[in-house]
Design a protein around this ligand. Structure first.
Ligand code: AMP
Length: 282
């Protein structure tokens, strides 16, 4: 497995891949890898001749400096996992490489970024859009792999690729969960034992709401009962609980089985902000 710190070192390999007609898969990550990341890697290994994983904790997508400072890192273990998985290369750039100067460009995703994560984390999707654009330019993948776990991010990146004509195909991989249903996340490592138990409330409330909606209960009531569940749990604060049209990524105020819809949630468990989502009829 090649470890590549700078894009200049990558260019020669990229040219060789083109000359030998090999397809390149990119899996962008922020490290602290878990099985969810490895599912993206497996999909790339299946679909592409050559797989590159990037590990970069991108400062510009953190709206909360403490969240950035405390973001989990486990580089040594990550490299072992990737080597074992059969990854061909890892791109490990420094902040100076990715940001020789502070970007002045602002990406505006319009209504897509005015709700949910965009509303709760100002500037987050601008940072995501900029880092993904930089990675696409530097690495030049044929296919890039992203997780459904970050559903709104998927909508943002689809819009980025479409509107800026990146010649990159996107592959979206389903959310990997722990046995009890908690969505895997690097941030789960920061949960205490008791918080880990409370974190299950996110998945439970999504699953309950999905069942109720399928049975025909009104969204307004379903939402209210999820909110009440969170109000009763000390140390856990709901940020949002929403129903979205999965294709347009718009908020819905009623469930319509004819529209592909997903439930989305964000909540603080202690100080840790977790997100999750569940497709209802996708
Ligand atoms: P991150 O390192 O958290 O920025 O995530 C890197 C990629 O892995 C993103 O495309 C995420 O959506 C994806 N990802 C994170 N957690 C999961 C999960 N539990 N299942 C599937 N994909 C995930």
């Amino acid at each position: 497995m090649q470890v590549i710190p700078r894009p200049a070192q990558w260019q020669a390999i990229r040219l060789q891949l083109i000359h030998s007609d090999q397809t390149l898969g990119l899996v962008p990550t922020m490290g602290a890898l878990h099985q969810g990341h490895l599912d993206l890697v497996s999909r790339s290994l299946e679909k592409c001749d050559y797989t590159l994983v990037s590990i970069f904790v991108n400062p510009t997508q953190f709206n909360n400096p403490e969240d950035f400072a405390k973001y989990p890192q486990s580089l040594e273990q990550d490299l072992k996992l990737l080597e074992k998985a059969g990854v061909d290369a890892v791109f490990l750039p420094t902040v100076e490489t990715m940001y020789p100067s502070k970007p002045r460009i602002k990406l505006d995703f319009g209504s897509l970024e005015q709700i949910l994560e965009g509303a709760s984390r100002p500037g987050h999707f601008n940072g995501v859009g900029i880092i993904v654009s930089k990675l696409f330019h530097m690495i030049q993948p044929d296919i890039a792999f992203f997780g459904q776990k970050d559903l709104q991010q998927v909508a943002i990146i689809q819009s980025l690729v479409r509107e800026l004509s990146f010649p990159v195909q996107l592959e979206i991989v389903p959310t990997r969960r722990e046995l009890d249903g908690l969505a895997m996340s690097s941030r789960n490592r920061r949960l205490s034992e008791s918080e880990r138990k409370q974190a299950l409330l996110l998945y439970e409330s999504l699953s309950d709401a999905k069942d109720l909606l399928i049975k025909g209960h009104a969204w307004e009531k379903v939402k209210k009962s999820a909110e009440t569940l969170f109000e009763k749990e000390e140390g856990v604060t709901l940020d949002y609980f929403a129903l979205v049209d999965q294709e347009k990524f718009e908020l819905l105020d009623a469930y319509d089985p004819a529209k592909k819809s997903s439930l989305c949630i964000a909540a603080f468990v202690g100080e840790i902000r977790l997100i999750d989502n569940l497709p209802i009829n996708a």
